[in-house]
Design a binder for this molecule. Sequence first.
Ligand SMILES: C[S@@+](CC[C@H](N)C(=O)[O-])C[C@H]1O[C@@H](n2cnc3c(N)ncnc32)[C@H](O)[C@@H]1O
Length: 212
Amino acid sequence: MFDAIASRYEFVNKLMTFGLDVRWRRRAVLDLRLPPASIVLDIAAGTGDFTRELARQGQQPVATDLSYGMLRAGRSMRHRVQADASRLPFLDASFDGITCGYALRNFTDLAAAFGEMARVTRQGGRLSLLEVSEPETGLLRTGFRIWFRRVVPFIGSLVSDRAAYHYLPQSTAYLPDAKEIVRMLNQSGFTAVNHRRVMGGLSQQFIATRSR
Ligand SMILES: C[S@@+](CC[C@H](N)C(=O)[O-])C[C@H]1O[C@@H](n2cnc3c(N)ncnc32)[C@H](O)[C@@H]1O
């Protein structure tokens, strides 16, 4: 599915988020609190929005994704590795940090992906994840539902792939709630796991440190 939407992915993404994701990614990279030139693995990097932000902030990113089409469309990424997040082809403790943007709900085995994130991160290394979420109450929630469940599939059908943009909003159903994700990260070997709602709950972030 991601191969099919790769060429227009970034364009539709910017339409869907009004470009707000740029700010959210910037903050998520800053929250890694890693020194410059740290080696950071961007898991499920897609076409590289997060990877480029890492490079912009002076880190040395490596992008990995299951979809060859997404990696190929992200030409500006220097190091690209096609791989499944639940079976990463990297040595233990080989990264200072991990980022992963808007992909958790696409993983068929989330526990295995978290296990791999922990395995490839050095002790004391950092993790910063972004994922979609839904505002808890009020007008923002209603507006978000109309936008995400009706408008996004409509725009997606017009400019990209109909089936994919009908699936993507529905895929949030596969995402465990924040408490469960925090529990899973703790169990996988991360500590100081912090959950933050971004912009009234339009997005959410998980920050953590690899246990010593
Ligand atoms: C919604 S896109 C997010 C892309 C990018 N991280 C971003 O922030 O724009 C989800 C990505 O997850 C990737 N993906 C899905 N399942 C995966 C898996 N098991 N292992 C690695 N990547 C996967 C897809 O190929 C796709 O590029």
